[in-house]
Design a protein around this ligand. Structure first.
Ligand code: F3S
Length: 644
């Protein structure tokens, strides 16, 4: 039978289930990655499972999100991650070595393998033909302990690329086009598989840009075939031995298909405040800028940076613009330094940041009040940059560089047709891995160092027969995990301190939410569509758990957040009749009776005591998820069943 690339990899890793679209499957995970923002919690959870050494082929702990050291908290967390990694068989990528996805693509990606990462942009390695999925930290901890990863068998969407990009159109414009067509809600439980003649004109880092930002579709992941371009990249990385060719069968059957003619694509821009608000860049031409930020896991490869350097060569950044550039990895930075490209950037007036996430999550370089920031990143949700009043536009590195010189968003008639933008993958990348620390041969000799900021994570009790509480907040559509649990320069140092973080839970929506939760002994959240979109942040479930949230009633959920809620014993239910959403007001008292019996059905009855009404809610859980909810979360389940 003919198979898609996705089906081939899943078939090779299938542990349970039958690959019928929409049914639950369990897959074996070959590799994991964590970053510091979610990793601390993942390793605390891994430790709680009592497993000595990771059972994956390769697990890597990165430090890239929070590298500001304005107090001891971050340094303490980094030291905890470094020592826990060394003890338990995990590679450790030191701060400064680069952004997790960029480094993983360069040094660890292997075609045909599975990768689970506690970061929503883990699909970047889909650019190398990996099945690379973002998940919550606890799922990653379970995978490190040898447990399967359970997902719904996704529908596979075929994106056929024809033709070839013209000089000023880029991989970023391809994914912005896909986002325009599918929107931030359009990819749930889908995998986007790229095929067609146009694929062979895209290098692996360009493919990585597309699969990275495929996360904004809400998709399970995105994937490219492993072909001669994958071999070219691996060879240049000194990893030719990791190459295998893997692609879809010619007559593979897809659930949906779109065709994009690359030669017809124009430079695009995503408008504030959503990555799917995409228009041709010419439509926002002339928008005055305060800041331009180039980098992030989407656009910080050697190829991207070389194009930027060549555009900036001999020019000066506009007097009203602060241009910040973060090369994606030590490898990229080293090569820019040795070939003179870095000098071109500095000479033009760019500020060079270290290789990390930095401005992407407001870790420094927050724009001015009411400022306008043009970024090559993947997300522009309100406030994510660190300034609530700022407008963030998303574009390609080329548009960003031209605009930094002009002081406003440049239209395509203002690009320099003589600039050398025909950058190819070098024959050899710099391969100095001295900022990647190998695990110890004998982990028992390693002492884990825990600073005072490392607090135990909250644990849930086993579910009782009845739950209930007041509706503490009612929110609309597309609430992000940033809205639920903000992550900014002030809060990120406390990622391993849930009691402190919970004081800020939902406060961008209702500043009294934590107080109300405490006064009412927890409660329930009511939400619109696509609740929990965006970052994979498990803290958006852990902080509500700490505050006693028992259930979320929503019109629909984003995939990773829904599973994070289940993993933490919070019940995510969807309205069978969306009109019931309108019925419920904040502070209504809701009750679910006979919970343990009702959990066995797919329909749960919720009583609104205040309004004397009943609502039918859908709760589609696998048998294992039902057990997880009954146990009060995945960690309890694993511990109770010793099911690692
Ligand atoms: Fe980092 Fe931003 Fe990517 S936070 S991992 S650069 S989305």
């Amino acid at each position: 039978m003919s198979l898609t690339l996705t089906e081939k990899i899943i078939k090779n890793h299938l542990v349970s289930g039958n690959m019928k679209t929409g049914s639950e499957i369990g897959i074996r995970i070959d590799q994991t990655l964590t970053q510091d923002s979610t990793g601390t919690m993942a390793y605390l959870q891994f430790e709680a499972m009592g497993v000595d050494k990771v059972k994956t082929k390769r697990s890597v702990a990165y430090i890239d999100h929070n590298m500001l050291q304005t107090g001891p908290e971050n340094a303490d967390d980094h030291l905890y991650i470094q020592t826990v990694a060394k003890k338990h068989g995990i590679y450790f990528s030191k701060p400064g070595n680069g952004i997790c996805h960029q480094v993983h693509l360069e040094r660890f990606s292997v075609p045909g393998e599975t990768l689970l990462g506690s970061d929503s942009h883990t699909p970047t390695c889909g650019g190398m033909g990996m099945l690379a999925i973002g998940a919550g930290g606890l799922d990653v901890a379970v995978a490190m302990a040898g447990g399967e990863y359970r997902i719904l068998m996704p529908a596979v969407v075929n994106v056929e690329l024809t033709g070839r990009l013209n000089k000023f159109s880029t991989a970023k414009d391809i994914i912005l086009e896909v986002l325009k067509q599918f929107t931030v809600k359009g990819g749930v439980n889908k995998i986007f598989e790229y095929t067609g003649e146009g694929v062979k004109h895209l290098s692996v880092p360009e493919r990585g840009t597309i699969t990275n930002m495929g996360a904004e579709l809400g998709a399970t992941t995105s994937i490219f075939p492993s072909d001669e371009r994958a071999l070219e990249f691996l060879r240049a990385q000194g990893r030719e031995k990791d190459f295998t060719e893997i692609k879809a069968d010619n007559d593979a059957v897809y659930s949906e298909k779109i065709v994009i003619d690359l030669s017809a694509l124009q430079p695009n821009a995503a408008l504030p405040h959503s990555p799917d608000a995409v228009v041709p860049v010419n439509q926002v031409k002339g928008t005055k800028l305060n800041q331009v930020a180039i980098g992030s896991c989407t656009n910080s490869s050697y190829v991207d940076m070389m194009k930027v350097a060549n555009i900036l060569d001999g020019k000066t950044v506009h007097e009203n613009v602060s241009l910040v550039i973060s090369p994606g990895s030590k490898q990229v930075l080293t090569m820019l330094a040795s070939n003179g490209a870095l000098s071109k950037m500095i000479a033009a007036g760019a500020r060079i940041l270290e290789s990390g996430c930095g401005p992407c999550i407001g870790m420094g370089q927050a724009p001015n009040t009411n400022g306008v920031s043009l970024r090559t990143f993947n997300r522009n949700f309100k406030g994510r940059c660190g300034t609530d009043t700022a407008d963030v536009y998303l574009v390609s590195p080329e548009v960003a560089a031209y605009s930094a010189i002009k002081g406003y968003i440049a239209g395509d008639d203002e690009f320099d047709y003589d600039a050398d933008l025909d950058i190819v993958i070098p024959e050899q990348f710099s391969q100095q891995d001295n900022m990647i620390i190998s695990p110890a041969d004998n982990g028992s000799e390693i002492e884990i160092i825990r600073g005072p900021n490392i607090k135990p994570f909250p644990k849930n009790k086993e579910a009782g027969s009845k739950i209930g509480g007041k509706v503490l907040v009612k929110v609309g559509d597309n609430i992000t995990t940033d809205d639920i649990m903000p992550s900014n320069a002030k809060l990120l140092p406390y990622r391993s301190n849930i009691p402190y973080l919970s004081e800020f839970c939902m406060t961008t929506i209702d500043k009294d939410f934590p107080k109300k939760a405490k006064e009412n002994n927890g409660g329930i959240i009511v939400a619109g569509k696509n609740y929990g979109q965006g970052s994979s942040r498990e803290h958006a479930a852990l902080a509500p758990l700490y505050l006693g949230i028992k259930a979320v009633l929503a019109k629909s959920f984003a995939r990773i957040h829904k599973s994070n809620l289940i993993n933490n014993g919070i019940i995510p239910m969807t309205f069978m009749n969306e009109a019931n959403y309108g019925d419920i007001d904040e502070m209504d008292e809701l009750v679910i009776n006979n919970l343990l019996i009702q959990l066995e059905n797919e329909i749960i009855t919720v009583d609104n005591i205040t309004k004397n009404k009943k609502y039918k809610m859908e709760l589609t859980l696998s048998q294992m998820q039902t057990e997880i909810i009954k146990s009060g979360g995945l960690l309890n389940y694993m511990t109770l069943k010793n099911n690692v």
